[in-house]
Design a protein around this ligand. Structure first.
Ligand SMILES: CC(=O)SCCNC(=O)CCNC(=O)[C@H](O)C(C)(C)COP(=O)(O)OP(=O)(O)OC[C@H]1O[C@@H](n2cnc3c(N)ncnc32)[C@H](O)[C@@H]1OP(=O)(O)O
Ligand SMILES: O=CC(=O)O
Ligand SMILES: [Mg+2]
Length: 646
């Protein structure tokens, strides 16, 4: 059953037609937006609902229509774009409802757009797409809250002295002889995956990069401003439909897709991040469900049509337990059923990037066994999570961030166990991201950076990884070369790594190395600059020739916090010094001055460095560690407009 494609008014073709020209950043909404679309009538919605029972059943539609009536009382429109006069007559009421927030067909009952509504959003924030997201939210919100509460309770146990371990209750899953559903042909060979935010030009560059796959990111590398989120959906829709283009007028450069492009994977936000600009029944929506729901709704049919009925494909970030994977699995089941898509067409790769999750890898694959595309070593968040999980253990202070590399035993053990686990279950074990990026103006430094990436990729392919990540198109040819030379087949799932034997202690082994004042300085300098960029709407930046994103910045933050909290000795100094609040404050002041010198006074003044420094300092000095830097920072990028709620 294919309910979406049957309705000519809904789905990619209609969306593309409705999208019109690419939205420009400055594109302000105009009143013409409020003309209700003739494309979408109550009748067409009723047809759609009758084709897709389940979450779009007719009862829900009736409720929706009643809600639309109530909206006749609207006194102001979402987006601060104009004022709708109260109307008595039913006809006028319908019209006002249809116009609410510029959403064609009106907002579904209980849905509020609290962010600005730009003209180009119209093709993404449609009545049907929002109703789909709302249905997911209503069904899964309690479970999202539950898994987040479980995280809190688990952390309380760690704080009370427990250490992560394999769960005796699920030994049968770990010991059992089962495999995940076979890997679809279209993703059998994923030797190089480029990653990047859902930014228009970067999407085109990434798809054209020569990588096998492209992970388009709503997570670590994206600052989730409302505009970035909705524009990201527009960009992805155009990418799936292969209509995406971009014109850099300043450089007189046009971008379009080559004939052969990478296969798209999408990483929605983690379970913890809310989407404040979209409210469902008076509460902010779950960022993950917004990203997944909008993308799935608009693209599932076109994606499958282009990929032998497989897909869409996803990456799932920052999970801590198999119950969170089971939640994603339920979301996939529901979405597929609503779309009439084949069960198991959606495939997802889970990032093992939290310390608790490494003890749950078999369980996570089991929970997603019909929708799994394997696991990935998200090394940066993993290091962050390692520190965060043992936050109450004063004896677990890490050395300088630059010393925590992939050959440290705790990281090597985790990657090898991940490879063994995935291959035993018949799915891909993906490698991770080396942070080095090309350095344009210094050949020697560039060669050195390239060598570090090459060594990292060589280690990965030799260990048995089936593919890896590249941060930049300039690295793709070299990474491909390493995998081509060492992985003759499409993957090496057949390499079972029975030799690997990893215990709890092996995964918790402390990394070796010293702590230095320069380590504290670098954490601070990088952390502040990253937060400043993020507050300005950019989620991945080059800093000191390395890629920095939310995960790497988190390491800087929690490492500083850990050192300050426990008065770590900087034992790598000639005269060992203790880190105190005072030492940190002095370092922060000096590093801010250095940043100003480096970026120049005008850019410093125009940027959000002072605000970033305050936020970063608050986080580093907090008595209790905040779970996520981005949760605190998110409050500063939320831009709400007056609500249209009655
Ligand atoms: C921990 C994790 O989660 S890792 C995964 C998440 N993080 C990421 O995905 C980071 C991806 N990488 C990036 O964002 C970028 O490479 C950065 C920010 C690190 C550096 O970007 P820039 O400073 O723009 O690099 P640079 O100036 O060398 O770029 C050259 C060209 O390559 C493009 N480019 C750079 N990185 C990418 C990428 N990952 N995808 C697509 N295009 C890219 C640039 O847009 C630019 O294009 P143009 O020449 O057409 O204008
Ligand atoms: O998402 C990847 C990571 O390393 O973190
Ligand atoms: Mg990550």
């Amino acid at each position: 059953m294919t309910s979406w494609p049957r309705d000519p008014n809904i789905g990619p073709a209609a969306a593309a037609a409705a999208a019109g020209p690419t939205c420009t950043k400055s594109g302000a909404s105009s009143l013409s937006l409020f003309i209700p679309s003739p494309l979408l009538t109550v009748q067409s919605r009723a047809n759609f609902a009758s084709q897709s029972p389940g979450i779009f059943g007719s009862e829900a539609l009736v409720r929706e229509e009643r809600g639309l009536r109530r909206r006749s009382d609207l006194t102001s429109c979402v987006g601060g774009l104009g004022v709708c006069q109260q109307k008595e007559e039913e006809e006028a009421a319908d019209k006002a409802a249809a116009m609410a927030g510029g959403v064609r067909g009106g907002l579904p009952a209980g849905v509020e757009i609290r962010g600005e509504f730009r003209p180009c959003y119209e093709s993404i924030l449609t009545h049907e797409a929002l109703a789909f997201v709302a249905a997911l939210e209503r069904e899964f919100r309690p479970r999202v809250k539950y898994v987040l509460q479980c995280r809190k309770e688990q952390q309380a146990r760690f704080d009370a002295g427990e250490l992560p371990r394999f769960d005796p209750a699920t030994a049968a899953i770990r010991d059992g002889d089962w495999t995940c559903a076979p890997i679809p042909d279209v993703i059998a060979d994923r030797r190089v995956e480029i990653t990047g935010p859902v930014e228009r030009k970067m999407i085109i560059n990434a798809l054209n990069s020569g990588a096998k796959m492209f992970m388009a990111d709503f997570e670590d590398s994206l600052a989730p401003t409302w505009d970035n989120i909705v524009r990201g959906q527009i960009n992805l829709r155009d990418a799936v439909n292969r209509t995406i283009t971009f014109e850099d007028t300043a450089r007189n450069k046009k971008y379009e897709l080559k004939e052969k492009t990478a296969v798209l994977l999408v990483r929605p936000r983690g379970w913890h991040l809310p989407e404040a600009h979209l409210e469902i029944d008076g509460e902010p929506a779950t960022g993950a469900l917004v990203d997944f729901g909008l993308y799935y709704f608009h693209n599932q049919a076109a994606f499958r049509a282009a990929h032998g009925q497989s897909g869409p494909f996803f990456y799932l970030p920052k999970m801590q337990h198999a119950r969170e994977a089971a939640l994603w699995n339920a979301v996939f089941e529901r979405a597929q059923a609503a779309a009439g898509a084949p069960r198991g067409s959606v495939r997802a790769t889970v990032l093992i990037e939290t310390l608790p999750a490494v003890f749950q890898m078999h369980e996570i694959l089991y929970a997603l066994r019909d929708h799994s595309a394997g696991l990935n070593c998200g090394r940066w968040d993993y290091i962050f999570s390692f520190i965060k999980t043992v936050r109450a253990h004063a004896d677990r202070l890490l050395p300088d961030r630059v010393l925590v590399g992939m050959t440290q035993p705790f990281l090597r053990n985790y990657t090898e166990l991940l490879i063994q686990t995935c291959h035993r279950r018949g799915v891909h074990a993906m490698g991770g991201m080396a942070a080095q990026i090309p350095i344009r103006d210094d050949k020697a430094a560039n060669d050195k950076a390239a060598e570090l990436v090459r060594a990292d990729k060589l280690r990965e392919v030799r260990a048995g990884h089936d593919g890896t990540w590249a941060a930049h198109p300039g690295l793709v040819p070299m990474v491909l070369e390493v995998f081509d030379a060492n992985m003759p087949g499409a993957n090496q799932v057949h390499v079972k790594r029975d030799d690997v034997s990893v215990t709890c202690q092996d995964l918790l082994q402390m990394p070796k190395g010293v702590r230095t004042l320069e380590g504290l300085r670098l954490n601070t300098r990088v952390g502040v600059q990253y937060v400043a960029a993020w507050l300005g709407g950019t989620g991945s930046v080059p800093l000191y020739n390395l890629m920095e994103d939310a995960a790497t910045a988190e390491i800087s933050r929690v490492q500083n916090w850990q050192w300050i909290k426990y008065g770590a000795m900087l034992d790598g100094e000639l005269v060992p010094t203790r880190v105190t609040r005072d030492v940190f404050q002095r370092v922060l002041a000096e590093e801010l001055e250095r940043i100003e010198r480096e970026v120049g006074a005008p850019r410093f003044r125009a940027g959000r460095y002072q605000q970033a420094a305050q936020l970063f300092a608050r986080q580093c000095l907090a008595e209790q560690l905040d779970d996520f830097l981005t949760l605190d920072a998110y409050r500063h990028i939320v831009r709400l407009v007056p609500s249209s709620r009655i």
